[in-house]
Design a protein around this ligand. Structure first.
Ligand SMILES: Nc1ncnc2c1ncn2[C@@H]1O[C@H](COP(=O)(O)OP(=O)(O)O)[C@@H](O)[C@H]1O
Ligand SMILES: [Mg+2]
Length: 304
């Protein structure tokens, strides 16, 4: 495999229109509703597969209808599933995403099986079968986080690259992940996450702290695109102006673009260009995966 993605997979119910709930039994009419593949790890894995990487996803889903939908959608996209436990008695996770007309959104998440992944679920056999290991949604998975530094260390000893996208911490405690970042080749936060994880408000100083420990920092910056810092240099890449339908999962599609470029042998500077375009193109449709680009769409010149 080119890449093993580890983390959350669940359906997303995306609701559009007049979605700011009014209580008191008010009924509001929506303009759109889609049940789509969600979970940052799942969206990243689907994006990697669409970009031509042979991709597996290690995830925890339950033995229920949402688990079945999740499995089907991933299989359709050519992602090989590794499911350590399905009969935990816990329901598959679910997110309900409220998308008003502006580009804000609210997300309600039932964790279900999502927090049940454990470090020992990532075996040496899994690591030996991949070039790269990417972990998503760390703060939704405290059991995995507790032993991830050791997993990343083992991975690197086997010559497997490591990357991490923590995503937001719903507890907003932002517990230290310094031990994990020491073994992380590429950290992929947005600006909020970069500040929170480092405890440093100034973006450049925050990145510099991590780069000093040898980690490449790739920061997603919404419509503005991305910035990257690595030992000895830095770079930025613009987003594409697109007609945005839904930004759910844009950061995860961005990650897929970055990994595809790097695993193709491109530089970090080139990889953030691919990543920013992949993120932007993914916003053209509802949900995280429907509008994810192919390699041809990302880089028509090279593919021709
Ligand atoms: N409104 C937008 N217009 C164009 N591109 C966007 C927009 N929002 C996000 N993107 C693209 O998706 C990438 C990731 O989105 P961002 O919102 O920064 O990440 P996250 O979802 O992790 O917070 C951006 O770097 C950019 O390339
Ligand atoms: Mg994100």
């Amino acid at each position: 495999m080119d890449v093993l993605v580890v983390g959350d997979a669940n359906p997303d119910l995306v609701l559009r229109g007049d979605v700011r709930p009014r209580f008191g039994q008010a009924e509001q009419l929506l303009t759109g509703a889609d049940l789509v593949l969600g979970g940052s790890a799942a969206i990243t894995a689907a994006g990697c597969a669409r970009l031509g990487l042979s991709t597996s996803l290690l995830t925890a889903i339950g033995d229920d209808v949402f688990g079945d939908i999740t499995r089907e959608r991933l299989t359709e996209r050519g992602v090989a599933l590794i499911l350590p436990r399905t009969a935990t008695g816990l329901p598959t996770g679910l997110s309900v995403i409220l998308n008003p007309a502006d580009d804000d959104r609210a997300i309600l998440t039932l964790p279900g099986t999502i927090p049940t992944l454990r470090p020992e679920d990532i075996t040496d056999e899994h690591l030996a079968g991949t070039r790269h290991l990417h972990v998503a949604s760390l703060y939704l998975q405290p059991q995995l986080a507790a032993g991830l530094a050791g997993v990343f260390e083992r991975a690197r000893a086997l010559g497997v690259g490591t990357s991490l996208d923590t995503n937001f911490d719903p507890t907003e405690k932002w517990e230290s992940i310094a031990d994990i970042l020491r073994h992380t080749d590429v950290f992929l936060p947005n600006a909020t996450e970069l500040r929170a994880v480092t405890g440093e408000q100034d973006i450049d100083k925050a990145a510099a702290k991590l780069v000093a420990a040898g980690t490449t920092v790739v920061m997603k910056n919404g419509a503005a695109g991305a910035r990257a810092w690595w030992p000895g240099d830095e770079s930025s890449a613009p987003g594409l102006a697109v007609e945005v339908v839904d930004t759910t999962g844009a950061g995860d599609s961005f990650n897929a673009g970055f990994l595809a470029a790097r695993l193709t042998g491109l530089s970090v500077g080139e990889a953030i260009r691919w990543a920013a375009v992949a993120g932007s193109l993914s916003t053209r449709a509802a949900g995280g995966t429907a509008a994810q680009p192919t390699r041809q769409e990302l880089n028509p010149a090279a593919a021709a």
